[in-house]
Design a protein around this ligand. Sequence first.
Ligand code: SAM
Length: 279
Amino acid sequence: MLSYQHAYHAGNPADVLKHALWAEITQALAEKPKALNLYETHAGRGVYPLDEPTTQRGAEWEYGLGQLKLATLAGAYGQAVRALNPKGRLDVIPGSPAVALAALRANDHLHLCELHPTERAKLHSWARGKDTVHCHDVDGWIQVAALVKAGQRDGVLIDPSYELAEEYTAVVQTTQKIIAKNPAACVVVWLPILATGKGKGQHQKVIDALKAMNTQATFLAQWRWGERFAGFALQGTAMVVLNLPYGLEKTLSPLLEGYAAGLKLTRPAQTYTMIVPRK
Ligand code: SAM
């Protein structure tokens, strides 16, 4: 089933947390000299121009990135957003591939999996001429676990749409396969916090299962906005990062608090925790 289109949700508060974290992590991973391989199991279109009808249809960005000041947007996410919007106003919302690309050096690689024909065509068109970007028109659950390898410097984003209940299990199983193949891989998982339907409470089961893997330096960030953003199915969002790059446990919380403040989220609505300590 491939009915989900990320364009309806691009730039919403959940995207802000996901992309802000992915930006910091990819930038931190790229600080070491060894070549970096980044992978996305679920890539989407790459970028979401505001003049496209599908981006305007949900217009959820108005509650997210649209609330934040581009000129002063902090950190690696700020750099990635401004690089795409040189006129100083928001014309293009970066998807996770554009966020990752901003960190890449000439000898690094970004592997993107996308199955939806429309999304894939747009992703290919965005990737054209970018030598470090590789599009894989195949199932990301299988492809990324096959590509990571012990001894490589690997960073992975797992960002499914959770249209199917099985995807919650797939997230855990895929993370386990990746860590079994490369115990040093940094794996970043996005989760929706849902108040109703078959997804209700599923995020916590995934968090518990990822914590039980006991991978060193596992970080959990959660934002909850409850009923505040009318019409959103999401009540909040959670991100789990395994093998968090060194030092980010100190810098991430204040940075993410800054973005959350821009969205008028209160401090109790946000939590930042190392659920498995660094060894
Ligand atoms: N990561 C993107 C971002 O943040 O900009 C958003 C990705 S969106 C949440 C999920 C995407 O995964 C959709 O574009 C969907 O077509 C695609 N998809 C669904 N199942 C897939 C699979 N098994 N392998 C690869 N892509 C898949």
